[in-house]
Design a protein. Structure first.
Length: 57
């Protein structure tokens, strides 16, 4: 039986761009922070809360 040659270089796999990956979680966190800041600024400028915007209050 002949021995199979082993690869000399390990391929570098890219991290997935979708799903639970570090990249996706970081991007989601940044989007949430930007949305929160925008929400606070709009509340401050209009002097109305989120429930008023949605017509629930």
């Amino acid at each position: 039986m002949v021995a199979q040659p082993q690869p000399s270089v390990t391929p570098k796999l890219e991290e997935p761009k979708f799903g639970f990956s570090e990249y996706a979680e970081r991007l989601n966190g940044r989007a949430a922070m930007i949305g929160f800041v925008i929400m606070v600024v709009i509340e401050w400028v209009t002097d109305k809360g989120v429930l008023s915007w949605l017509g629930l209050k």
